[in-house]
Design a protein around this ligand. Structure first.
Ligand code: HEC
Length: 164
């Protein structure tokens, strides 16, 4: 029995080391997740700074790669925590956060999230989702740019926050 113990210990230590090497390599090879690094200048920024900095710095908002869904949850949590703004101001804040900070998986997005993240009228958001479903999903930003009525400059401005 005692004689068998040494090879087993060596084998276990080898497996652990191999796991560390494999795990480490995988970590190094993981693609860099893009992030929003600062609060972009856009309508609503001042209001966000005013309302959201009552309890914590706005640095909590960035850097961020939160998705529209995650932001919706966070905004709900902030309301529960006691964040206060008029309905109109809250809408401006949500528009700012979705339009400037939120990431969106285009192939899973709802019309509402496309509307908010792209900052376009509902009709245009519906056209985006209809085109996506018709072609069985977008593969690149160029597929997206084929949608009529979609402002190409806006697509370029937000493309770092779009995933497929
Ligand atoms: C009444 C106080 C209060 C206000 C106002 C407030 N927050 Fe927060 N916020 C908190 C607390 C407390 C936490 C830490 C606890 C937590 O993570 O849930 C937090 C955490 C966060 C986080 C990090 C959460 C995470 O899961 O990483 C984000 C992002 C955030 N707040 C965004 C906002 C935004 C956007 C606003 C403005 C609409 C805002 N907060 C206004 C209290 C507040």
């Amino acid at each position: 029995m005692m004689r068998a113990l040494v090879p087993v210990t060596v084998a276990v230590s080898f497996i652990v080391q191999a796991a560390i090497i494999v795990f480490g390599a995988e970590k190094a090879a993981a693609p860099q997740q893009p992030q929003v690094e600062t609060l972009p200048d856009a309508p609503g920024k001042q209001l966000v700074e005013q309302v959201c900095a009552t309890c914590h710095g706005v640095d909590l908002l960035v850097p961020s790669s939160r998705t529209a869904t995650q932001w919706r949850d966070t905004m709900g949590a902030m309301k529960t925590a006691g964040a206060k703004a008029s309905d109109e101001d809250w809408k401006t804040i949500v528009d700012y956060i979705m339009g400037n900070l939120a990431f969106l998986n285009l192939n899973k997005a709802t019309v509402e999230d496309v509307r908010l993240v792209f900052g376009v009228p509902e009709k245009v958001a519906q056209a985006v989702v209809a085109a996506r479903d018709k072609q069985g999903g977008f593969k690149t930003v160029d597929d997206l740019k084929q949608v009529p009525d979609l402002d190409q400059k806006r697509v370029d401005a937000i493309k770092a926050r779009l995933t497929f």
